[in-house]
Design a protein around this ligand. Structure first.
Ligand SMILES: [Zn+2]
Length: 82
């Protein structure tokens, strides 16, 4: 995937997760906010594991090491980028 496109998608997806955390902290009961934060943390961790590196050699996902978009990022983009 083109690095400029990836950076734009990364910014949009992570920005959406940040917004969910902000909304949860201000508008939901504590228990719901905790669970939403757990979900956004899980997504961030998954995205980190599937973020292509400059050399693509340190990433263990075989798809991330190819020019195409990793399925994890396809799902994240479909869900979090309107
Ligand atoms: Zn991947």
């Amino acid at each position: 995937m083109d690095e400029i496109l990836f950076r734009a998608l990364d910014e949009r997806v992570r920005g959406h997760l940040d917004e969910v955390d902000r909304l949860a902290a201000t508008t939901h009961p504590a228990r719901t906010a905790v669970e939403l934060h757990r979900l956004t943390t899980a997504w961030r961790t998954l995205l980190d594991l599937h973020t292509p590196t400059a050399t693509r050699r340190t990433n263990r996902c075989p798809v991330c090491r190819t020019p195409g978009m990793c399925p994890v990022w396809k799902v994240a983009t479909a869900i979090f980028v309107p």
